[in-house]
Write a protein of this length. Sequence first.
Length: 460
Amino acid sequence: MRDPIEDLQHFRSEGTTVNPLPASEVRRRGDRMRRRNTALATVGGVAAALAAVAVPLSVVSGAGDDARDISPAPPAPSVSWLQEVPGDFPLDDGYSFGAVVEEVSPSIPAACGTPFWTTDGTTDVEGVIVSGGEAFDARILMVYPDDAAAERALAGIRDAVAACPEQTTTDEGPDNTLVYDVVDQDLPAEESFVFTEQVRTAEDTLENATITMAARTGNAVLLDQSYGAPAGKQVVEANLRNQLQRAATPLSAMCVFSATPCGATDDAEAGPIVPDGFPLLKGWPTDSEGGEFGLAGPTRTGLDVMEPEACGAVAEVPEHTDLVRAAYNNPEDYRQRQLVTFATEDEADAYVDDVLAIFDDCIDLVVEDGSRRLTQVVTEMSDTGDRAGGAVTRYERDGEPIPGMSTLFVVRVGSAVLLAENQSEGSGGLDPAAATQEAFTAIVSESRGVVAAMGDLRAD
């Protein structure tokens, strides 16, 4: 493989609209949490007011229709719905904080007197909670007789939140108010809803927030909740991203409740093209700060589909035969990969064209705060798969580099396409050109093992 620095001779300067990294939400107040803990003891349930926050497209990019493309098919007229939570369902997967995972049954938190949800009409309910200090994480999985009943349950959560944008509560203090915020954020499921609860104090500051992600697939609804004392927009964004990664496996496993459950087909030809055990994580670090940091995936449904964007142009994922995602998260270091397989090499090549084309009309973009987003694009590389390219984006203000660097790498091998992205707080320092080359060289180098394994996906 030739040194990618040589291929940077093909770079041209362009600007790209790179959204910030995805993130998480807010949590509740200490008094509110103690009240929930009391409810756990008396009702045996997890109480938590739920929460929501938008995740920028570059990180959990636009699940929307494309996320549904890789979700189970719509229900058939006669469906034998799974009525119980399987014994091996990974409900507690991702909880690696070192705290004890406890089984719970949900109690029912309410806003403005209306319960957020009810377990009435369910055929099975299971839950887990991890708590420590003034924080907790919990998941509740509710199974319904059919998908229509599960749809009504999720609609009830939406209605309860919409009816109560805020409420004054003496539980949080006589001058404090609970505020709820809803953002249009899709999760990798057939249907989803995310919202936040935060405490607005008498000093007009936000604290103690809960993030709740509600995802429905088939006849089941998964509620994933996370609470902590810090609050505010930046905290919410950072926490939501981590929460999404922790929940990747259980969200993916929800496919067992779909109308066409994963693993239930008798058609060998309908199986995935990317085999189990494919080394999509190869070349990434295996260590992290722990807790909410670390590796996520590989998964087909547990992470949102990557759709790179530049200056408003989006590289959407077209019709495909398989799609697998993975991510790695550590302080100031976020990486993600997406392996997509197509029926033909021509279709795969067209997708590479689409990814690189988003930069065509994106030259030296000036953003709202007056800074500039500058992108250099690699249009072709030698000896890297059958075809490869990419882009590196950095930022300047008043002619000086500022923190924030994003590197995109796309490579086709046969009818498979790997899309990789690294984001960091790097700025380019005193030599932006050298830093740009170093960033691109690094992503190509760490992807070599994955690119090599893609050769095994070629049709016989």
